[in-house]
Design a protein around this ligand. Structure first.
Ligand code: COA
Length: 260
């Protein structure tokens, strides 16, 4: 698939995915959603890709939401179908088994905030602004905002953002736990890449199972989640990576993980 609305570049095992509609503040129309779904599939399935960074083109926006022009035309059934399509795309990134980091370079509103939340980590430029302003438009979040936001920042903070439609700056987003780090705009991509490369230097199977345990475990009882964790812990003992990681420590050298 050739992309019209995305830039997709693989550099040294990292897929750099840039939503590229800067004149519309990178709003998610149906084509962007379809292309992002395809890109998420590539991240999940291509062996040459070990992790991904999502960002927005231009200096103003990460993604300023779902495309309001599209929403204005929708009826109840295509509205539901649109929400399900967007949710499935985000879930594909979330469950791709490889670390995905959002480099939030500007407005991350509505679907943009939802896209960032489906990434495993979020690094924000000092210029970034976050919000779920849907109720202002007479709609409610449809790409997972009502579900992921309370899981990330707690019910009180999530309801505050969703009900007031207020936009918050990067420092407030950091304070409530919505972003992991805030950096000057000029350092955003380099910091994000450095962070992802440091994760890629860890045992990839361990990273994959940790992602899965946190994702699945949040929906389980504590007992079930602990059992899942113990199963993963045991499973990793069957990998060459575990032997390599522990041996390298004991031999006081850097590990060379093979992902096996
Ligand atoms: N959907 C479609 N187009 C959008 C958009 C969206 N979510 N957000 C911005 N755009 C478009 C604008 O219509 C404008 O297009 P035009 O130049 O053809 O008129 C262009 O992007 C630039 O946006 P503009 O509003 O002129 O920039 P601004 O700096 O004055 O304001 C925002 C920036 C982000 C505050 C404002 O664009 C905004 O409120 N956007 C909608 C945010 C939102 O409600 N998102 C949730 C949607 S569910």
């Amino acid at each position: 698939m050739g992309y019209q609305t995305l830039l997709f570049e693989i550099k040294d095992a990292i897929a750099f995915i840039t939503i590229n509609r800067p004149d519309k503040l990178n709003a998610l129309n149906d084509q962007v959603v379809d292309e992002l779904a395809h890109a998420a599939d590539r991240v999940a399935t291509e062996g040459a890709i070990k992790g991904a960074i999502l960002t927005g083109a231009g200096t103003k926006a990460f993604v300023a939401g779902a495309d309001i022009g599209d929403l204005a035309k929708q009826g109840p059934f295509d509205g539901k179908a649109r929400a399900l399509r967007g949710q499935a795309m985000l879930r594909r990134f979330e469950t791709c088994g490889k670390p995905v980091v959002a480099a939030v370079n500007g407005y991350a509103l509505g679907g943009g905030c939802e896209l960032a939340m489906a990434c495993h980590l979020r690094i924000a430029s000092e210029h970034a602004r976050f919000g779920q302003p849907e109720v202002k438009l007479g709609i409610a979040p449809g790409y997972g905002g009502t579900q992921r936001l309370p899981r990330i920042v707690g019910k009180g903070n999530a309801l505050y953002l969703i009900l007031t439609a207020e936009l918050i700056d990067a420092h407030e987003a950091h304070r409530i736990g919505l972003v992991n780090k805030v950096v000057p705009p000029g350092e955003l991509l380099a910091t994000t890449e450095q962070l992802l490369r440091s994760i890629l230097s860890m045992g990839p199977l361990a990273v994959r199972l940790a992602l899965e345990a946190v994702d699945q475990g949040l929906e389980m009882t504590l007992e079930e989640g602990l059992l899942l964790e113990a199963n993963h812990f045991g499973l990793l003992a069957a990998t060459q990576d575990m032997k390599e990681g522990l041996t390298a420590f004991l031999e006081k050298r850097a590990p060379r993980f093979a992902g096996r």
